[in-house]
Design a protein around this ligand. Structure first.
Ligand code: NJP
Length: 235
């Protein structure tokens, strides 16, 4: 098993939802967590709990992405884990979407994943180890009405990670993709915590446990892909 103690982990989208649960669980395993999101106040509250580093930043901005990796290396001297979790989405008929919504969703879900990986990969390759995890979606693997832009972004993110997996494997760097079904978070202005969601949705901590499982695989094992659903959800 891979011990996460003192491993340095960047978690994007850590201010709430799945990213926050991942940050808390990794900190509990002894990892040094670098929490990234745009909302500085929520990150500060989190880092009080994780005793890690907060970096308010926009993952879709190239300078911010580089700064996240640079500040992590400056503070901890190494980087072991990158969790590309930050994501946004909205749902509508294709003809009702403004073109700007395409840019917003692709900028975070696809370009954000690209920019963070681009900044981190040279260090991981030089180090000869590291683990990148992308939080994709089961809609990286299926289409649905009202999901044209979000679904396309998640297919694109999945393809990016799949290609990267092949590029970095020879350097000892792992890339894993996790595909959750419905998760009870603030996604698309949802309000988590309803009694109904207990049955219909995964909890953010369920996805965090999947991340932990993937990261703790022995050094010679890589979990390439992991799909996880609430039992009640057909997909
Ligand atoms: O959503 P939410 P989730 N730069 O809204 C951050 C995928 N997923 O936890 O920047 C940096 O509670 C935002 O912080 P802030 C989904 O596609 C979900 O559900 O301050 N950070 C917040 O911390 C996504 O990839 C479901 O607004 C940015 C976080 O992202 C991942 O799970 C199902 C940012 C979003 O927290 C986490 O989403 C599924 C930026 N530009 C896949 N923009 C589901 N919930 O059902 C946003 O299959 N963030």
């Amino acid at each position: 098993m891979t011990d996460l103690t003192d491993q340095v982990a960047i978690v994007t989208g850590a201010s709430r939802g799945i990213g926050r649960a991942i940050a808390l669980l990794l900190a509990l395993q002894g990892a040094r967590v670098v929490a990234v999101a745009r909302a500085a106040a929520e990150l500060d509250e989190l880092t009080l709990k994780t005793q890690g580093l907060a970096i308010p930043a926009d993952v879709s901005d190239e300078d911010d992405a580089q700064r996240i990796v640079d500040e992590t290396l400056a503070r901890f001297g190494r980087l072991d884990i990158l969790i590309c979790n930050a994501g946004v989405g909205s749902f509508n008929l294709l003809e009702n979407f403004e073109a700007a919504e395409w840019d917003r969703i692709f900028d975070v879900n696809v370009k954000g994943t690209f920019l963070l990986c681009k900044a981190a990969v040279p260090h991981l390759k030089a180090q000869g180890s590291g683990h990148i995890i992308g939080i994709a979606s089961d809609v990286s693997r299926r289409t649905f009405e009202h999901g044209t832009i979000y679904g396309a972004s998640k297919y694109a993110q999945d393809a990016l990670l799949g290609s990267l997996r092949k590029e970095v494997r020879p350097y000892g760097v792992k890339v894993s993709t996790i595909y959750p079904g419905l998760v009870d978070t603030y996604f698309n202005d949802s309000k988590p915590g309803s009694p109904e969601a207990e049955r219909t949705h995964l909890r953010p901590s369920d996805v965090a446990q999947a991340v932990r499982y993937v990261l703790e695989a022995p050094a010679h094992v890589v979990v390439d892909e992991l799909m996880i659903h609430p039992l009640s959800q057909e997909w």
